[in-house]
Design a protein around this ligand. Structure first.
Ligand code: LLP
Length: 414
């Protein structure tokens, strides 16, 4: 059951009316449900029970400290992509031994920070990165635990901007080169090979490409073993999709069962890096209608959230359901739901059938992943507040930014 539902004609998060949150903290405001976060993690933990495994939440999807701490307390690890994410994860109580570090552009400073923190693994994405990591580890008198991100060249059949496992993508090392690069890594004294990883794309609705990628990785693992390189873990990345509109998102069970079956008897620890699946449907963006404007060709509902708050519609033409917080019985019209930003791409939804009036609250659904995390201050708009609901409790987990904060690190010329 969704954590966001209508009760007595009012949209609630768990048992809190969204209107109450708007009254207390204003809009735009991101609202997360603790129960929904825990339920989505538990779905993975349930399938993985009794299996040597670790769920490393891809925190780029939503890095609010409260969200991270919900997962850390339940034993999750984290997939990070920057020194900033490492510090955030630690601030939220993450266990460094459960952190994997992905990303194509790790700096020496980030490597050094992660090494001294004692993370579980560096997911290395290129041959030059190996050299740099070896040097940094040498300078600290350590050995860096590594996995190579291998690009299995499978088609994830998702949006081109979020497809990552094809040959033309910048991520990982080519499948054909992987063996040679592993052998080279084995010759570098300050590296310790412990795993292999891949991530083929995001918002996958068909589990078949995961299976295809795993087959390729298993072949490679056998070749590595024949070359005297034994691995400790396999990391299958993230990418499992969610329902935004009317998609059939596979269950975690139907995604994992075939993979787990193939991995049985392999003696490998299994790592996963889900992001969107853990947080996407656990959050909404609450916004208020400022004006209803009858344009020449279209009707516009101008709301107080914008592309700076939720970039996905502008960036990927992504669909997010938009629903009234207190549905009206009045006649429905079609509205382009747009923000106040000076760009035609500043829309949250187009041609939405809604019965609304100025001043109404709307909830933009499935906004928990890549929502606040990708927000910006474009048009000098302070970023939204974030609230976590836990049963009947309301926690402000990030206060609204002030305009003064936006330019507090800038200076005038003398
Ligand atoms: N692991 C790695 C190495 C990744 O690059 C990503 C996402 C994940 C895990 C988590 O993927 P997920 O389970 O969330 O699909 N901004 C886009 C999504 C970009 C995903 C980038 N990498 C969006 O709003 O759809």
């Amino acid at each position: 059951m969704s954590a966001f539902s209508l009760k007595n004609g009012q949209l609630h998060a768990e048992s809190v009316p969204l209107a109450e949150i708007a009254a207390r903290f204003g809009t735009p405001c991101y609202i997360y449900s603790r129960a929904a976060l825990e339920d989505s993690l538990d779905e993975f933990l349930h399938e993985l029970a009794g299996i040597d495994s670790l769920v490393c939440y891809a925190m780029k999807a939503n890095s609010n400290l409260a969200v991270l701490s919900v997962f850390a307390r339940r034993g999750a690890g984290f997939d990070i992509v920057s020194g900033g994410e490492l510090k955030r994860a630690l601030a939220a109580g993450a266990d460094p031994k459960k952190i994997v570090f992905s990303g194509v552009g790790k700096t020496a400073a980030e490597m050094s920070l992660a090494l001294s923190t004692g993370i579980l693994c560096f997911n290395v994405e290129s041959a030059p990165e190996l050299e740099r990591l070896n040097d940094v580890a040498a300078s600290l008198g350590r050995r860096a635990p590594i996995s190579l991100r291998v690009n299995p060249n499978v088609d994830a059949k998702t949006h081109p901007y979020i497809s990552t496992g094809l040959k033309e993508n910048k991520f990982g090392v080519a499948y054909e080169d992987a063996l040679a690069i592993y052998r080279h890594a084995a010759s570098l004294p300050h590296l310790e090979i412990i795993g292999i990883d891949c991530h083929i794309g995001s918002q996958l609705l068909d589990p078949a490409p995961f299976d295809e990628a795993l087959d390729k990785l298993l072949l490679l693992i056998d070749q590595l073993a024949a070359n005297g390189i034994a691995l400790h873990h396999i990391d299958l990345g993230g990418g499992l999709g969610i329902r935004y509109q009317d998609e059939e998102a596979p269950s975690v069970k139907s995604y994992l069962q075939p993979l787990l079956h193939k991995l049985k008897q392999r003696g490998l620890k299994i790592l996963l890096e889900p992001g969107r699946r853990l947080v996407g449907n656990a959050g909404v963006l609450l916004t208020r209608v400022e004006y209803l404007k009858q344009g020449e060709a279209k009707n516009f509902a101008i709301v107080d959230a914008a592309m700076n708050d939720l970039a996905r519609p502008a960036l990927y033409d992504a669909w997010h359901d938009i629903v009234p917080v207190a549905p009206r019985q009045s006649a429905v019209s079609h509205w382009d739901v747009v923000g106040p930003i000076c760009e035609s791409g500043d829309f949250l939804g187009r041609q939405r059938a809604l019965a609304i009036a100025a001043g109404d609250l709307l909830a933009i659904l499935s906004a928990g992943a890549y929502g606040m995390a990708m927000s910006s201050n474009y048009n000098s708009r302070p970023r939204a507040a974030e609230v976590m609901v836990d049963g009947s409790q309301i926690h402000l987990v990030r206060r609204r930014e002030s305009v003064e904060e936006l330019y507090s690190s800038e200076s005038l010329l003398p």
